[in-house]
Ligand binder design. Sequence first.
Ligand code: PEP
Ligand code: MG
Length: 564
Amino acid sequence: MSTTPSPTVLQGLGVSPGRVVAPAVLMPPPVTEPPSGRRLPPSDDHRAAADRIALASERVRAALDAAADGAEGDAADVLHATAAIAADPTLVADAVQRVMQDHLVPERAVWEAAEEVAAQFEALGGLFAERTRDIHDVRDRLVADLTGRPAPGIPQRDEPFVLVAVDLAPALVATLDTARVLAIATSAGGPTAHTAILARARGIPAVVAARGLDAQVTDGDLLVVDGGAGTVTLHPDDDQVARAKALAAVARTFDGDGRTADGRRVELLANVGAPADAADAAAAGAQGVGLFRTEFEFLDRDEAPSIDEQVAAYRQVFAAFAGRKVVIRTLDAGADKPLPFLTADDEANPALGVRGLRTAATHPEVLEDQLTAIARAAAAETADVWVMAPMVATVAETEDFVARCAQHGLTTAGVMVEVPSAALVADRILAHAAFASIGTNDLTQYAMAADRLLGAVAHLSDAWHPAVLRLVAETCRGGAAQGRPVGVCGEAAAVPALAVVLVGLGVSSLSMTPRAIADVAAVLQTTTYDECVRLATLALAAESAADARETVRAALPVLAELGL
Ligand code: PEP
Ligand code: MG
């Protein structure tokens, strides 16, 4: 007699809210290089071994073409092009020859033949060099087929599913089909890794660091993923399934008026990267833009864009928020955002080097041109334009930046607080700056001495850590002393439970990925300001990030009710 397995709850870290019920699909492990020199025994039928390569090539081609037929636009083109590489007769012939002449096992022969093609493409440079990635993709698919393993990459299924993996590369998350992949659950990873940031930006509920997940879950198991609570429930009961389905059916919207339950105003703003994203941010009801990252126009360039190009890009964002506030950040080059014409590539510690506003000392003309462009764009539009500098560490830097802005007629000039020194002397800094916006991503990195891009220290990179929260509190104290507003534009603002704490610490605006605004608004609307202050006090008194998160979540039952 078969028994129904009872529900098992696996605890991880919720990095992107939302509750989803769907079957699990396991991400196949990456294909590894077959050992070099692995040869066929002389007694084996070498011809038959070689023939398996052509069959594998045909199967891989057919699978890729079928996937392409089910895709649209660029994705379909890329898949068809990859299918053509899989069917390439020279690649197959080279691999066959390596079996027949060198007696290599087929998977090793394919690996070496593909490496040779990739090296030739690499040497040709330009567009050819860009194809080496596709060649490696085909190589891995052929090796997987020949060794009887599942094809690498996101599994194809007709029905929507929860993608379960040890960890996921950010590039994969960026390209996930959100109609198919309803949620992500991983057994490794951390809260500020790019994978988590992308999941949030794309509105995919996600739980990371759920230990034991990949070992306990098998393909097809029904799961409830709760991206707010950070839980994955394996074999949920009928009641859990019904509740998850009911919550998933609620489409939350934002009425454009961020406030606490007792009516205290909290501006809910959008973070914008590419200027074209501004329209989506406005459609999500954002009250303004709290962080316009201007790096986008500068990336992949050998020299800075012209003033005219910059004016056009900035006007696009200002126009989408006519009459509303737009906080534009001057170029933040260096460390995780290197720019060849501005930042050195030989620094031992780029995150501690000449980055952000510091590049104004070495390349003042770049900042001057940018301020000229911002002033022109602001004059041509009706948005209320605020300007801020990234990576400010001292009062002197603040004074210098504010003076430069004033020379361009930009009178609302502020700073980002991302360096602990700036947080600790915020009262002095805000005697000169019109406002401060806390970048919790970098502030966490510097407070915890944990590289925000390094998975091995991801457990330390957590804005819930009381050390980070104390720096936020100190910045707010400085703002209150000078009567200046303090906002948050780091990822912390997008986490509903943490947003409540930030408001309790004294923050008056929260800027985030547009997708998070409705969720943050919903939780704030049910929490009074006094409650926010009480929760902030609890979080500040906690011993660890986990302790702060759990204490606040336990005291905010609305999170579970809303599935956040
Ligand atoms: C931050 O550091 O929190 C921030 C908002 O800036 P960025 O992520 O662009 O470094
Ligand atoms: Mg930053």
